[in-house]
Ligand binder design. Structure first.
Ligand code: GCU
Length: 674
């Protein structure tokens, strides 16, 4: 039914390769985190083998030994594992030689690290791996690995396609839904260590005492799993909650208000993570309402949190309808001059691309451009612009494309991953955030395959250089427990899926063609919204002669925000990759592409390819009959039928519209739009 996500703990097709004889810990009174790890081992082995593992007294042949700095003294001096040097969340899985033979050791310096090691061992076991003789050394490359829920207090989830918010504010703090714990387990299993609970379009109410009590109850559930809570802070909260005449960040009463608020929060939640802030963007209040900069606003909140060790994640998703500058340039224009002006506990959070979570965009030019400011990468796990939870689109490949993109700022190989994990910048504070796709649906994410995006987000936040394909393989094995052949079919489907969506929605660098507001179906014909920056026509600019947005020196010059050689390569149609062509250039319909076809022919071909790729997804999925439980087989099939219908809708509607503009015929043999 999907509720158990990738934590199904179903015996792998090849069987459980190794069942430890018992579990031994290095302390009598383990911490809550280690107790949760032991609970997880119980849940897993009971499901995998039919019985829990017994507890043992001392490490011996075939035992599973758990050790951390705080849970090590119980071992005899000679057996005591070395747990130093593993860092905040790191762990090892290795062989421990005991007088009585070899045991499997999971060691973390911290208890959280140990817990991550336990999950790793359980995942490997579930996938059929033999964990004896392993020599695993793991540590996350990024410190803060956060989910951002865009959940409102009335349980409506902004851009949520999986039911209501899982936070039942009405029943909190007294009733704790079992889901909260299962949610924490799932997050911990993929290394997520923070969650911002509320929408970036924030409601100040969450900062009032009754709500903070509810937040504290959630924080208590999450703490043993190494997960901190964060909240979105509405900039005008001092006015709305306590009647202050202003929210100006240089006003002392305002500063004191936030300091008192921070004290109040930390009195209830001593490990509170901090604030996530959307300010002066899409109508949200912010420091610019008072003529102050983003840095002045962020720093005021940072000062309030600093004594408690909290951070401010200040979002760079800013653009304004009144601003004539190309929307995709505005964040850079505004934030680049503020480089170095932020306090040490501020992280500027930047979306992967300069527009807004499109099926494909170039990477955001702020990556690499801010040398003295830590930048968090914000990804969108929920598929606002990729067919909601209805269309199958594995985002691992999209994120891998962004993370491996070369900014060239520090020379060749200056990938976004290396900017974000601090390898190039030396920033001590690193973060990746994912806009959650989780809701109250039984399967959590609205569709079975969207679970993979939650999973992949966690894995890439832990290791931004991990392979999307490897992650897909792990996920498929854990989620469907099939043999390798069926697993490979699923992986192939996932790996092809996002490009299929690009092909039938926004090929060749087109963007923002979705219906305004809902962002689901096609609406390239919308040209008169009164707000250019929300109008599809503004982005494609198709006329009888040409299509595309000139962002070179002859156009908006957004290209100038990138380093060389990108600037030069992307300035020239001949050296611009096809997939970004119409993002950077305005191109005549009869332009000859690298393939020798005209732009128009190539465009038509992409739409057709998208439609046929979805057809292939259906065929592949059907071939799994018998290999997958009937319930999930049927549900995914039905979704793929919808996707096939809607891929066709995108193709037909888009082609019909382009033809009405360019007056061209379809290439011979092409089926006309319905
Ligand atoms: C998109 C999305 C909004 C959201 C915004 C943001 O524009 O459509 O719903 O509030 O991003 O990231 O703040």
């Amino acid at each position: 039914d999907g509720y158990r996500l990738w934590l199904r703990y179903t015996a792998p097709a090849s069987g459980v390769a190794f069942t430890p004889s018992n579990i031994v810990t290095g302390c009598d009174d383990p911490s809550p985190t280690i107790r949760k790890s032991l609970d997880e081992l119980d849940i897993a082995f009971e499901s995998l083998t039919g019985s829990k593992l017994p507890r043992g007294e001392a490490p011996g042949q075939g035992a599973l030994v758990l050790a951390s700095a705080a849970c090590n003294d119980g071992f005899a001096q000679t057996d005591r594992p070395d747990v130093s040097g593993l860092g905040q969340d790191g762990y090892t899985i290795s062989t421990l030689a005991t007088g009585d033979g070899d045991a499997v050791l999971i060691a973390g310096q911290s208890d959280a690290g140990l817990m991550y090691g336990v999950f790793d061992l359980l995942m490997r076991t579930s996938r059929g791996e033999d964990v004896r003789g392993l020599s695993v050394e793991e540590a996350p490359s990024v410190d803060l690995r956060l989910l951002n829920h865009w959940d409102n207090l009335d349980r409506h989830v902004e851009r949520g396609y999986a039911g209501q918010s899982i936070w039942n504010w009405h029943l909190l703090p007294d009733f704790l839904d079992r889901r909260y714990e299962d949610y924490a387990r799932a997050n911990a299993s993929i290394g997520i260590n923070g969650v911002s609970l509320t929408n970036v379009n924030a409601d100040a109410t969450v900062l009032t005492p009754p709500y903070l009590e509810k937040v504290a109850a959630l924080a208590d559930v999450f703490r043993p799993y190494g997960i901190k809570v964060y909240l979105t802070a509405r900039f005008s909260a001092p006015m709305e909650l306590d009647g202050l005449p202003t929210a100006d960040p240089v006003n002392e009463d305002v500063q004191e208000w936030w300091q008192a608020k921070a004290d109040e929060i930390y009195a209830r939640i001593p490990d509170f993570g901090g604030f996530l802030v959307k300010a002066n963007s899409e109508g949200q209040p912010g420091p610019q309402d008072y003529g102050r900069s983003h840095a002045e606003g962020a720093n005021m909140l940072a000062d309030a949190l600093e004594p408690h060790g909290g951070v401010v994640m200040w979002r760079a998703f800013v653009y304004s309808a009144e601003e004539p500058e190309d929307r995709v340039k505005q964040a850079y224009t505004e934030f680049k001059p503020l480089d170095g002006a932020f306090r040490d506990n501020v992280i500027v959070q930047v979306k992967n691309g300069p527009l807004d979570f499109q099926p494909r965009e170039p990477f955001h030019p702020l990556f690499g451009a801010m040398e003295d400011t830590p930048l968090a990468l914000e990804l969108q796990v929920t598929k606002e612009y990729l067919g909601f939870s209805t269309h199958l689109a594995y985002l691992g490949t999209l994120w891998e494309e962004v993370l491996s993109a070369d900014t060239y700022v520090y020379g060749q190989g200056s990938t976004v991953a290396k900017v974000v994990d601090g390898a190039l910048t030396g920033e001590p504070l690193t973060a990746i955030a994912g806009v959650s796709n989780i809701g109250s649906d039984r399967n959590w994410t609205g569709s079975h395959f969207d679970q993979a995006n939650w999973y992949a987000f966690g894995r890439l936040a832990w290791n931004p250089e991990a392979s999307a394909e490897r992650i897909a393989r792990d996920w498929a094995a854990l989620t469907f427990s099939t043999g390798p052949e069926a697993r490979d079919v699923i992986v192939d489907m996932m790996m092809a899926s996002r490009e299929a969506v690009v092909n039938y929605m926004t090929p060749l660098g087109l963007t923002h063609l979705m219906g305004t507001g809902h962002h689901y179906g096609p609406a390239p014909w919308v040209d008169d919204l009164g707000r250019a920056d929300w109008t599809p026509y503004y982005y494609h600019r198709a006329t009888k002669d040409a299509i595309g947005f000139d962002r070179t020196q002859t156009g908006s010059n957004a290209i100038a925000q990138y380093a060389e050689p990108l600037r030069e390569n992307w300035s020239d149609i001949a050296t611009t990759p096809d997939e970004l062509l119409l993002w950077f250039h305005r191109v005549p319909w009869d332009h000859e592409m690298k393939s020798g076809r005209t732009l128009w022919e190539a465009l038509v071909d992409h739409y057709d390819r998208g439609v046929s790729q979805v057809g292939e997804l259906k065929v592949h999925w059907q071939s799994l009959e018998g290999a997958i439980d009937r319930e999930r087989l049927r549900e995914v099939s039905a979704y793929l039928d919808i996707q096939a219908k809607e891929a066709r809708w995108w193709r037909d509607a888009s082609l019909a519209y382009w033809m009405s503009v360019n007056g061209l015929d379809l290439p011979a043999g092409t089926e006309p739009p319905a």
